[in-house]
Design a protein around this ligand. Structure first.
Ligand code: AMP
Ligand code: ZN
Length: 138
């Protein structure tokens, strides 16, 4: 995609702090990190989001994500890692080129997760049935 920022980064048309690349996978520092060492891992090829991605593309990405997590914990001294992946603007996706956020965490960094809301009476069963039914058609 000629107008995609992350395609331009993958092709080196735009600079980034690259930490790894091979024929399929590209990993670089997020320009605006949640914590220093926040890495974005993505396929070099343009897929808009997770649903758009062929399943075989997933394995090399997962391997890379696991390696980055090990570096963040064993090499950089972080205590935990969040793996985030946003799909579509409603879910916070700003750059429409599939990417995974590998975010290193410390207990003391002060970030809190979003809060859940309990299901009302019987609502979980209704939702469970809807999802089970829809899954049969996929
Ligand atoms: P998302 O909201 O999941 O699409 O995340 C996009 C991420 O890309 C954000 O965390 C940005 O900080 C990051 N980002 C945007 N432009 C650049 C860039 N030129 N180099 C590195 N990271 C970038
Ligand atoms: Zn792209």
């Amino acid at each position: 995609m000629s107008d995609c920022l992350f395609c331009k980064i993958a092709s080196k048309a735009i600079p980034a702090e690259v930490v790894y690349e091979d024929d399929e996978v590209f990993a670089f520092l997020d320009i605006n990190p949640v914590n220093p060492g926040h890495v974005l891992v993505m396929p070099k090829k343009h897929y808009e989001d997770f649903m758009d991605m062929p399943e075989e593309v997933c394995l090399p990405l997962v391997r890379m994500i696991k390696r980055v997590m090990s570096v963040q914990i064993d090499g950089l001294g972080y205590e935990g890692v969040n793996l985030f992946q946003n799909n579509k603007p409603a879910a916070g996706q700003v750059i429409p080129h599939l990417h995974f956020h590998v975010i290193p965490r410390k207990t003391s960094d002060g970030y809190v997760h979003w809060h859940g809301h309990e299901y009302g009476n019987g609502e979980a069963a209704i939702m469970g049935a809807k999802i089970r039914e829809s899954l049969k058609n996929l």
